[in-house]
Design a protein around this ligand. Structure first.
Ligand code: AMP
Length: 506
């Protein structure tokens, strides 16, 4: 296997990598001068037609590491109807859309036909694009197989296959689909395979479908960027206390906070927190798997454009999103999977910028915090005293229920403060549409996206299972670990209004 370190060392500029002049010119226009390590390591081999096993996270420049050599290689040959020349598989719609943006940016000097097959968009439009002949087909696995089964797509012309974010595909239950798709594409293809981590299932997949791959590993998946300052913030375990802690933290950051992503473990908590923040007049939006595609894209666009300051999200919904310059990440919940911590805080401190990551931790989170510290190989400092400085009363009086479990409703502390009561009630209250209607014109897209998010939240509350990425079909294939950890609330969940608890004499 060639030594990639040496290649990375030698390749000082993009011109050293062997890319075509037209691609180089687009890279220059994009303002990039130096290839990132994954680009320097992978591009020369990708141009030679070798299979690549890239172990890299988002934020390392890995998209350009496959897009640039692909465009160079696509300069020869033409697309035929229903026979795409290349196929890129992405776990989520947003990632697929991001890859499309990259093709547009770096392919500005080419006339590439790009087709995006993702759920939540009409089949007709997508079929027309396939009919025209696609140089580049970017798809989520489920939607792609739907088209294939409808007979609208032939995979025998695919010369380059990209499997991106393979470990996320695994998390989302797409591996059987990936295996099936790999078998539908000629054996002579080139495969470019990317994953942030290499769990055994992924290693098996690479052994099965890659041929003598060049392995390019740029950073250990468990490493966190040194430009991110990480802090733990103690909080009593109840949701309203945590929301209180979060609000305090956000306010404390003042102008330093330009924009932030707030992560929750479960999509139902994304909804609750989003509503609560909005009620408290924070400029917030939400991103979760139950929102339709348009709402998700609009919400994301507003956040990217700086029209929204806070974005509440679940892991799946936010996975791999490239949002430049996020000043803060807040973990409203300590992630259960330690690796998610790395992914979450990787949203800030990107491309050499500094960032801050705060993780709200309760007593019950100790073992998850320990697992994170073990994974990242460092202990995380406490922001204002550790859990031992927390009054034991709150926790002892009302022992914490299972993570996110809404089962033991009767355990609500009796002497709750007024503000807590107010908040519990307000979280449950529906968002006021009147406020949206009177919004200033320039705010309209934000408000509309927010309205859709609220609508989706309501659908979510009714427990309608919907896809988090590639449409209903993708959802069917998903394993348990989506962005909804734990049980769905029963009845009022944690937010039972107090009047419901008034004793009724029969
Ligand atoms: P990715 O890992 O593909 O999600 O890329 C992360 C970010 O890095 C994106 O905003 C890219 O536009 C940016 N980027 C990609 N290549 C380079 C480069 N060579 N120099 C600086 N930024 C880059």
């Amino acid at each position: 296997m060639p030594s990639n370190e040496q290649t990375a060392e030698q390749a000082k500029t993009f011109a050293d990598l062997g890319l075509s002049p037209k691609v180089l010119s687009a890279v220059t226009d994009a303002g990039y001068t130096t290839p990132t390590p994954i680009q320097a390591g992978a591009i020369p081999y990708a141009l030679e037609g070798k299979d690549i096993l890239g172990i890299a996270q988002t934020g390392t420049g890995k998209t350009a590491a496959f897009v640039l050599p692909m465009i160079t290689r696509l300069e020869k040959g033409r697309a035929r109807a229903r026979m795409p020349r290349t196929l890129i598989l992405e776990p989520t719609r947003e990632l697929a859309a991001q890859v499309e943006e990259n093709f547009v940016k770096y392919g500005k000097n080419h006339r590439l036909n790009i087709a995006l097959l993702i759920g939540g968009v009409s089949f007709d439009e997508q079929e027309k694009k396939l009919e025209r002949g696609a140089d580049v087909l970017i798809a989520t696995p489920g939607r792609m197989l739907d088209h294939f089964e409808r007979g609208k797509l032939l995979l025998t012309g695919v010369d380059i296959l990209v499997i991106d974010e393979a470990d996320r595909m695994l998390d989302m239950g797409f591996i059987p689909d990936i295996e099936r798709i790999c078998k539908l594409i000629p054996f002579t293809r080139q495969t470019l395979f990317f994953s942030a981590t290499m769990p055994p299932e992924i290693t098996k997949l690479t052994e099965q479908f890659l041929q003598a791959p060049v392995r390019v590993e740029v950073a250990r998946a468990a490493s966190t960027a040194t430009t991110v300052s990480q802090r733990l913030v103690k909080s009593p375990g109840k949701a309203w206390d945590k929301r209180d802690t979060l609000r305090r933290l956000i306010r404390e950051q003042g102008d330093e906070l330009t924009n932030a992503i707030i992560f929750c473990n479960r999509k139902v908590d994304v909804s609750e927190l989003f509503r609560s923040l909005t009620r408290h007049e924070f400029d917030a939006g939400a991103l979760h798997g139950d929102m339709d595609q348009r709402a998700r894209m609009a919400m994301l666009a507003n956040f990217r454009d700086g029209k929204l300051k806070l974005l509440v999200a679940s892991d799946v919904a936010a996975r791999g999103l490239d949002i430049p310059a996020v000043s803060h990440v807040f973990n409203f919940d300590v992630p259960i999977h330690a690796e998610d911590y790395v992914h979450r805080i990787g949203r800030t401190g990107r491309a050499g910028r500094t960032g801050k990551a705060f993780t709200i931790a309760t007593r019950a989170d100790k073992k998850y915090v320990d697992a994170i510290e073990k994974l990242i190989g460092q202990s995380i400092e406490w922001h204002d005293g550790d859990l031992s400085s927390l009054s034991t009363d709150e926790e002892d009086e009302a022992p914490r229920r299972g993570r996110g479990s809404r089962a033991a409703k009767s355990e609500k502390p009796r002497g709750r403060s007024r503000s807590s009561k107010a908040e519990a009630a307000e979280v449950q209250a529906p968002a006021a549409p009147a406020a949206d209607e009177t919004a200033a014109a320039e705010d309209a897209p934000v408000k509309t996206a927010r309205k859709r998010a609220i609508k989706a939240d309501n659908a979510n509350r009714r427990d309608t299972p919907r896809s988090g990425d590639g449409g209903a079909r993708d959802n069917k294939r998903s394993r348990a670990r989506k962005d909804d950890l734990g049980d769905a609330p029963v009845g009022f969940g944690d937010d039972m209004p107090d009047f419901m608890k008034v004793e009724v004499k029969v």
